[in-house]
Design a protein. Sequence first.
Length: 249
Amino acid sequence: MAIFEAILELADDHLVLGHRISEWCGHAPMLEEDLAMPNMALDLIGTSRTLYDHAGKLEGKGQSEDDLAYLRGEREYRNCLLVERPNEDFAHTMLRSLYFAAFMRPYWLKTLEMTNDETVRGVAGKAEKEMAYHIRHAGEWVIRLGDGTEESAARMRDAVAALHIYTDELFESSPAAAEAERAGVLPVRADLRAAWDEVIGQVFAEAFLEAPEVPYPQTGGRKGLHGEGLGHLLAEMQSVYRAHPGATW
């Protein structure tokens, strides 16, 4: 059951962030981004689908990927708080993507080295390449905005101030994740801090940004403690399936 829950945490992270990014479809600041951002969202949602399917099989209770995504309430979701944060503006969106991808790429690379779960290995092989692109794309925008106009730089600084307090949760292992780590299924999250710091440090140096001190990190997502925004997101995302449970396309 613990490994099921650990896989579910990963799936929730990817689905919620994918949905958040998809909210930009048709609203991006330029045509190129109106194409790029839905594709980034699809990368994340595609990863979540495979993880939900795998989690359902590990649990052995007949739950499908749709059941796990659409029939759990807000308190049952185990995503980290970072991924559910509202888009706010383009600076917030790009920084949130950078923070997440800068963690997930070394996470998937380490998974490829050590996991004894072949399904998870397959996910990692595809996802690390996608995260490399997300780092490059989001990182370029963070630099462009941070080293841009007075307004763009101010927006980027505001994004750092708003989002950096949520990043420590990326490196925390829930009891379920810790058991999956001991079982050789998933890598130890705390071991990835140096790789994340290196990527963020390089981007921030070029963007003239400084990472703030975080004396009181915001956590709780792994325990089902979320901001009100997640409830609104799930209500919209789950409405059709809840109206027609078990329906398939």
